[in-house]
Design a binder for this molecule. Sequence first.
Ligand SMILES: CC(=O)N[C@H]1[C@@H](OP(=O)(O)O)O[C@H](CO)[C@@H](O)[C@@H]1O
Ligand SMILES: [Mg+2]
Length: 550
Amino acid sequence: MTFNLRQVYAFAREYHQRPTPRRIQYRTAGFRPSDADNLDYVMYRMGLLAVLRSRAKGGQVIGVMITASHNPEQDNGVKLVDPMGEMLEQSWERLATDLVNVSDADLEGQIAKISTEQGIDNNEPAKVYVGMDTRYHSPQLAKAVLNGIAALKGSVRDFGIVTTPMLHYFVTCSNTDLAYGLPTEEGYMTKLLTAFKRIRGNTFAKGNYTNKVFYDGANGVGSLKMLGFVRKFDGYLDVKVFNSNGKINFNCGADFVKTNQRAPHGIPEDLEPNARCVSVDGDADRVVYYYTDEDGVFHLLDGDRIATLIAGYLKELVEKCGVELEMGLVQTAYANGASTDYIVNQLKVPVACAPTGVKHLHHKALDYDVGVYFEANGHGTVIYNAEAKKRIAAASKDESLTQEQRDAAKLLLSTIDLTNETVGDAISDMLLVETVLHYRGWSLQDWFAAYADLPNVLMKVKVEDRNVFTTTDAERVCVKPEGLQDAINEIVAKYPRGRSFVRPSGTEDVVRVYAESETKDGTLQLALEVANVVFDRAGGVGARPELAKI
Ligand SMILES: CC(=O)N[C@H]1[C@@H](OP(=O)(O)O)O[C@H](CO)[C@@H](O)[C@@H]1O
Ligand SMILES: [Mg+2]
């Protein structure tokens, strides 16, 4: 019997019409056009695609997350989550793009085509989990996703408002026979809180570490969920949540703090100098730390710092428990050069560089038994392979080892439990950072003293067509437009410890220019020179890049 696809077009025509044709593309962050208007048909079609994907994966659960992450309030977007909590497989990104760009009348044909090509039987069961962030248009868009799922007769579980990493976690739990935890909000919180409290024991403060944290929730789902955690911390952690009910990401959140290298608006008035502050982004998959010292100087501890902190801790525990494991740290080209030097020379952990976008980092991190990966903007996590987990678990019970070795193995096991391995998770990462700081008895100042960042600048240049840019070597070398890299090299050579690269953004219609060097002024100058060379040679649009605009 052939599945009847008529419902697909009927719903599309009736409720989810594609308005004026415009081509949009599924990229690193899924579909994220510049605003939420006219996204309805995209959502409907992603509901359809999620069902097809679930069937292609033998009926495993697929996730659909409605969010525009750190972008402004008027934006929205959608991305699919694969069975093990990974981002949608690359070859399906193209299928997503094709499906969203056909006319309403061609929709059924396209579904039939994908089904045939992928060997999908549309009579088979399919399961989709749906989540959304707190944007005011998300509920409406979620309805369109649900209709898409219904049109292809998939079953659905709607989680309502959740963080992106929570949805990844739910999907993974369901597809691993609950071995990873329970796919409920309660299950998620219990898993993290139990591990966190177990590790911390009875000492809330230790050395220079105090348990007070100021938490900027970016006026998004991250604040909502943290308020839930706050009620269950039982004094282990004293978290003061701010930016919990204003405009999402507006003058606050991890992206604002990282990009502007300054504290967010909305900081509570009773904030003391040097107090430990943390910001997450609009869907709570990124986190950065910072403090302002007694001279009013702002200090940022970003994803590079978090990676070094966690990697140093894990390396110590792995050595202590005596299990031989290969550990590695994955960064992108945006990682500060000083952090890379520190990891290689001080921590003595191997470093790999991957292209921007967590899926690339995640993939690279799979090469190690214990792979730590973070983007400089604060998006990352740690993954452990099955063999590593087995051996650590065995060590924790091995009577032939010393008590100290067994204890280190136990601590490592709890640390694994505290980690959301499926994807970068601001809340889990924050609890990990708190754990390591507590373990070391460190204040943020102690952590900050580990190494000194090189001054760095990130600029955007608008060009006629960013697709003319191609890069290689994990985006560190620009291949096209031809000759551009040579020009960049010449500029960089003039600046001590200089480094700069350019690449087309995957989420915005711009080319990004990164620069770092020994001095702040030099770095500004370097960034400006490179931005201008991009502007001149690659069809810059609008005003020329200027120092005042950096
Ligand atoms: C320099 C930078 O921060 N780039 C971000 C940004 O990608 P672009 O491709 O640079 O636009 O958004 C991605 C998705 O959130 C994130 O993974 C990445 O780190
Ligand atoms: Mg995000």
